[in-house]
Design a protein. Sequence first.
Length: 355
Amino acid sequence: MKALVLSGGAGTRLRPFSYSMPKQLIPVANKPVLEHVLGNLRDMKVTDVGIIVGDRASEIEAVIGDGSRLGLRVTYIPQERPLGLAHCVILARDFLGDDEFVMYLGDNMLPGGITAIAEDFAAHLPDAQVVVHKVEDPRAFGVAELGMDGSVLRLVEKPAEPRSDLALIGVYFFSPAIHRAVAAIEPSARGELEITDAIQWLVDRGARVTAREYEGYWRDTGRIDDVLECNRDLLAGLRTAIEGEVDSASRLTGPVVVEAGARVTRSCIEGPVIIGAGTVIEDSHVGPDTSIGRDCVLRSTHLDYSIALDGAKVSQVHGLHGSLIGRGATVGPASEDAAHHRLVVGDHTHVEVAA
């Protein structure tokens, strides 16, 4: 079985970060979301992966390379502009051939993995199999309506009155039958070739389309709050590993990872926390559920439930919570005689300042 990973979206909900990096490279527990996705595929014994890329292709290729570092063979498939998930299948036709494949959205986090679901697909080989997850408000999702035997009867996109609480979560298994379906459908009202329309085309023609429920933790990392929540979930399984330097005046509690080349001085670290290679933390308090990237500097700062990307610098700032600090960003105090806050804020940035 092959895999088709979709990594060409614009990531408008993750602005301003998606202006300067693909959303699939946002780190969760100090590893890009896309690497978590590829790790799940490797665990499924998939070796050949096609990655749909848009205008940020070079950045994704720089991180993932040819896939050998991850035990995979990666083929990059360009998409000039996003024209729908079914359009991605059309673009990947030569790569996919007549093999069964899994299609996986590159910003989806399923830490529990989908190996069992993949094995079920391989054992029964339906024409298509969708992966669903129970949600509180299905109106924001594509929804699957199922028969008593677990077969898919109907797929409805963002229904006003949902008849099911089973949302499609961006993982699909397909036989070669999907190629006829994507070639037969027309663009939707928003001008895209929808994969839900292609699957419904199969259902309407009597194809065998099934659903399997994913019961583990799932997040679409399309918003900042989702990224932070997902980071907290992954850090919950952290195990202590100290490869960097921690002086005798510092106190570490709970699971903490200090990577090689990192240095912690006169600081309190309350795990779960990851501190990336080359990072310096001095006279600071780092609270739970925090990931700090490589080559960061924290001085005289209190930070918790946050993510600092590579090269971030934070000094003399207390009470930072629920923050995502960008690559090479600098956060610090105003001058001693300043009477006001001073902000340099990019497009679509969200800032909260304590009164």
